[in-house]
Design a protein around this ligand. Structure first.
Ligand code: HEC
Length: 168
């Protein structure tokens, strides 16, 4: 992920590198990339000659897509929602379903309780203590409604796909 650095302690050389999710590769992982197997949480790895084995991060866990709420999706808002999502949310939350590699929540897998407070999360910052900022200074209620409709549509598509698979 980052430029390595080197240092020595009592004459022994170490090479340290920061590893984690993000950077230019975010949308270009090769299909056999290790990111598909392991959670790529931020960590620092320090190497030395004759060092011990490198600890691996935990394996990825697939969370099922919860059933979306029964809300009528406003199709006319989807295109706007998608573009606002890309501009304001995707950097952290990333893609959806099997295209989700970020360590931030997959927003196509929101449980009902989170859908109910969606506006308060985005425009009132009720999760800001955990790093989910309040976007009220840059997004309007209409923008957030468009993002929410876009996400509801994604969740509905992925949920249907998942259920169709489990029936077969
Ligand atoms: C700078 C990074 C960042 C950006 C940009 C960001 N988020 Fe988040 N978001 C987070 C983090 C971190 C959490 C987890 C908070 C927690 O664990 O309570 C989160 C959580 C959420 C949740 C709750 C998810 C859940 O299942 O608990 C929603 C909804 C959400 N974000 C919506 C958005 C929307 C919509 C946007 C774009 C307008 C956005 N976020 C942009 C970092 C970000």
């Amino acid at each position: 992920m980052a430029a390595p650095t080197t240092y020595s302690i009592d004459g022994e050389q170490y090479i340290a590198v920061m590893a984690g999710y993000g950077g230019a590769e975010t949308y270009g992982y090769l299909s056999d990339g290790v990111i598909f197997k392991y959670k790529n949480m931020g960590r620092i790895l320090a190497f030395k000659l004759g060092g011990s084995e490198t600890p691996l991060p935990p394996e990825q866990v697939v969370i099922k897509t919860p059933e979306p709420p029964e809300t009528k999706i406003k199709e006319e808002l989807i295109a706007k929602g998608a573009s606002v999502y890309v501009a304001y949310c995707e950097t952290c939350h990333g893609g959806f379903g099997d295209k989700h590699f970020s360590q931030h929540p997959d927003l196509s897998k929101l449980v009902l309780a989170k859908h109910q407070v969606f506006n308060d999360i985005v425009l009132k910052g009720i999760l800001s203590e955990n790093g989910m900022a309040n976007f009220s200074n840059s997004l309007s209620k209409d923008d957030v409604e468009a993002i929410h409709n876009f996400l509801l549509k994604k969740q509905t598509e992925l949920y249907k796909k998942q259920e169709a698979k489990s029936v077969n």
